[in-house]
Design a protein around this ligand. Sequence first.
Ligand SMILES: Nc1ncnc2c1ncn2[C@@H]1O[C@H](COP(=O)(O)OP(=O)(O)O)[C@@H](O)[C@H]1O
Ligand SMILES: [Mg+2]
Ligand SMILES: [Zn+2]
Length: 304
Amino acid sequence: MPEHTNDTAEKALQEALENLKAQGLASDESIKEATEQGDSQSAGQKADAFAEFRKNENERSHIRKIIGVVSGKGGVGKTLVTSMLASEMQRRDFKTGIIDADITGPSIPRAFDVTEKAMTDGTYIFPGESKTGIKIISMNMLLDNASDPVVWRGPVIASTVTQFYTDVAWGLIDYLFVDMPPGTGDVPLTVFQSLPVDGIIVVTSPQELVSMIVEKAVKMAEMMNVPILGIVENMSYFECPDCGKRHAIFGESHIEELAERYGITAISRIPIDPKIAALSDAGKIEAYYGKPIKEVADKLESLK
Ligand SMILES: Nc1ncnc2c1ncn2[C@@H]1O[C@H](COP(=O)(O)OP(=O)(O)O)[C@@H](O)[C@H]1O
Ligand SMILES: [Mg+2]
Ligand SMILES: [Zn+2]
């Protein structure tokens, strides 16, 4: 995998798609349509395809739940929320892992200070491990120079992410979080289609046009036949050191109405907190105690 070129990755993707087609789970057209404009398979067919995907899990892995973390655009705190959720579930004694699928801006290893390169025995790739035992895989751990920009097209990104699922020796994982590429366009959609995601967490900030992002995320979730499990509003308020009140710096939030409209039950709010930025920059995000993320973590814990 470290010698991975775009060509071999493309070939791997081609093979994966051929497999799906051979099993009658997808046709050229359905793949094209699903990627370009939306749903072309019935929910039942999709569920079957996902069951097939589960079988692709290797002998060194048993993964119970895969949770995709999405946002409308970059910079709203998707990586932060993924890191905080993973830290919180690990604290609750669940075995937790993270796939850093935001290959164009992989920052999970930095938030956890996991700087070593991933090892391979020729068959499996072995994930890195954070201080509290969260297993992590990221493109940064496969590249020789972590600062090399990775400019790849959607299908190549998707096939790389697929390998993070099929080729990594994960061991037993209760919750595997996927830090998705930002947006709700082709690239995140293709990544979604390459992993058997069980549910989605939407990350927004008050500056965003939240209603649009939620609507797009709902659409994507419907296409993938998975539920939106929760919404996290990041940079939601500032707890004033002077008066102790929560000031809505970026304006009043509307996510409650939206969540109600779409039947999403778990909402968490994360404050603007310089400590958060400092900890994640220092690779110590696990040291931030997870109160702001409690509702969404509770929701994940309640999944059967
Ligand atoms: N609630 C917050 N308070 C303070 N800083 C934050 C907060 N959320 C995110 N940041 C900082 O903003 C930057 C972008 O966050 P990040 O999680 O990397 O966004 P994304 O993954 O969506 O691009 C990071 O430097 C992060 O530390
Ligand atoms: Mg990020
Ligand atoms: Zn005040």
